[in-house]
Design a protein. Structure first.
Length: 319
């Protein structure tokens, strides 16, 4: 079998199954996987998924190939823009070029966690961090005593799942898997909280992803969407994507593919998007009409468009 997914009943039989609190499932047949020292084994299909550098390689081979060009470009842009994990995130040293962004993200994260605590109680919660990147948020949740698992399609050692050891507190275990947020290889209703921090707008089909996130959330469980750009009007979001594509085309000298760009959400579409995918949504931190008007007065003459807002989207599994 190609890539990280190798077959071998003999190999599996030689290794004793271990315990994991996460119900990992086969990404081909959805059967429960046995956890072994160096990988996960699907007894139903005799399929072996390697665990490399602590990351279960659960992405099906054809999906990995399909995603590769977008993931490689994303990793390149992130590296060139100076996004790198380091211990202590979201706290960053003074002078870090992204210090202002991390300050805002950190404050929003703390506010969002308080909102979750008010609804779920003190925990410990079972949490899935989707599109976890370097796993800074997972590390925070582990530090607060919650059980956390992380999935992402990027294995980058500085900005993706392989960067997590820099952040995870010693003595804590963070279960990590290379997996697609559209098809999460985990049993249904496994989590009290699913967190999508700066990741939902990377989903090419947010509705489909929201349905998948609901599948792995327990009844009455929560979904927290943070740091995804939300525009009041679709043309402003499109203008942002077009400007970014032009800047990347200039920087790398290649034509950019719209299909491989991350997107945005639209304020007025949120209630319907969440309702139709089985969530009841609360929006926290959306500016009032006067602040919106005042920002329009500044932004439209200066930039020709409105910038994004980053509200906290907190949704409860509806039924
Ligand atoms: C802006 S980063 C956010 C990382 C991290 N959650 C944070 O808060 O900094 C977006 C992440 O989404 C991941 N991603 C994009 N498409 C994905 C997909 N289909 N499934 C899982 N993760 C995905 C990217 O690899 C990237 O790590």
């Amino acid at each position: 079998m190609p890539g990280a997914c190798v077959s071998g009943e003999a190999r599996a039989a030689a290794l004793e199954p271990r315990l994991s609190w996460v119900g990992w499932c086969c990404s081909y047949c959805s059967a429960p996987l046995e956890v072994h020292a160096h990988g996960l084994f699907c007894r139903a299909e005799g399929r072996w998924f390697a665990t490399l550098d602590g990351v279960h390689r659960l992405l099906p081979e054809d999906r990995r190939r399909e995603l590769a060009p977008a993931v490689e470009m994303y990793q390149r842009v992130r590296r060139d823009d100076g996004w790198r994990a380091h211990p202590g995130l979201p706290e960053v040293p003074r002078g870090d070029r992204h210090a202002a962004v991390w300050r805002q993200r950190s404050a929003r994260f703390e506010q969002a966690v308080s909102l979750v605590r008010a609804r779920l109680g003190p925990g410990p919660w079972r949490v899935l961090d989707v599109g976890a990147g370097c796993c800074w948020a997972s590390a925070r949740l582990l530090r607060a005593g919650h059980r956390t698992a992380a999935v992402d399609v990027s294995l980058d050692a500085e900005d993706g799942l392989r960067a997590a050891p820099l952040l995870v507190p010693s003595g804590c275990v963070l279960e990590r898997a290379e997996a697609d947020m559209e098809a999460i290889p985990i049993e249904p209703a496994a989590f009290d909280l699913v967190l999508a921090a700066a990741s939902l707008h990377h989903a090419p089909r947010p509705g489909r992803t929201l349905i998948e996130l609901r599948r792995v959330t327990r009844r009455d469980g929560l979904l927290l969407v943070l740091d995804s750009p939300v525009y009041r009007r679709r043309p402003d979001g499109e203008a942002m994507v077009a400007a970014r594509m032009r800047a990347q085309a200039r920087r790398y000298g290649v034509a950019m593919d719209r299909e491989r760009q991350s997107g945005y959400l639209v304020r007025d579409e949120l209630p319907d998007l969440f309702r139709s995918t089985g969530w009841s949504l609360e929006v926290h931190g959306w500016p009032g009409p006067f602040r919106e008007w005042a920002r329009d007065m500044v932004e439209i003459p200066r930039r020709g468009r409105r910038t994004a807002r980053f509200p906290i989207l907190l949704a409860r599994r509806d039924g």
